[in-house]
Design a protein around this ligand. Structure first.
Ligand code: HEC
Length: 171
């Protein structure tokens, strides 16, 4: 089949068929989109939508070890050590990265069990409870803003660093 396109937030790019199950497209994203998310759809040569997917877009490459854990260590670890306080353990890099129930990545939230603390690649508040909790209070799942009043607040740069880490794949 020829003439397929990959559409990213309404902009169409020619798709190259690599194999029956793989297509590629060179896509250019010049500004970081709202919520760090783009909506991607695959379209046939007649314009019919064959499938859709939502992808995270980061404004900078961030890792847990180099960029995010130092923030959690400085501003969150005082309360989040061991299973106390939401069963989320930032005691060390290893506990934070752990696939255990006290870890962060792909682990169901204790306060909002139908959602993940970090949904890999999806930094929307509605998807990742970590992003919800550092953004504001007020959504059904967000409860108290983190860090709570009285603790040193996150700067906007620190919040964006955490958003970029989640959007870029939570590596
Ligand atoms: C003063 C103590 C305190 C500090 C500091 C603190 N937290 Fe919390 N955190 C709590 C408590 C208590 C809960 C459980 C109640 C709730 O969910 O609001 C919690 C819950 C959470 C949850 C929800 C866990 C889940 O599984 O539902 C996240 C995510 C979180 N905190 C992230 C952070 C981050 C990120 C920071 C640092 C920016 C931070 N917290 C700093 C006390 C704290």
């Amino acid at each position: 089949m020829s003439g397929m396109t990959v559409s990213v937030d309404g902009n169409n790019y020619p798709a190259v068929i690599i194999s029956p199950t793989v297509i590629t497209a060179n896509v250019s994203i010049t500004t970081v989109p709202t919520n760090n998310i783009v909506n991607v759809s695959i379209k046939s040569s007649t314009g019919a939508t064959l499938g859709t997917v939502t992808l995270g877009v980061a404004s900078a490459a961030r890792t847990l070890a180099a960029d995010v854990y130092p923030i959690l260590d400085a501003k969150c670890r005082s309360c989040h050590t061991g299973a106390a306080n939401g069963n989320l353990d930032f005691a060390t890099y290893a506990t934070t990265a752990s696939a255990n129930t006290t870890g962060l990545i792909g682990i169901p939230s204790s306060g909002c069990s139908q959602k993940y603390r970090v949904a890999v690649g999806d930094a929307r508040r509605t998807s990742s409870v970590l992003i919800d909790k550092i953004s504001a209070s007020g959504t059904p799942c967000s409860g108290t803003l983190m860090p709570p009043t009285g603790s040193p607040a996150l700067t906007s740069t620190e919040i964006q660093t955490i958003i970029d880490w989640v959007a870029g794949g939570a590596n």
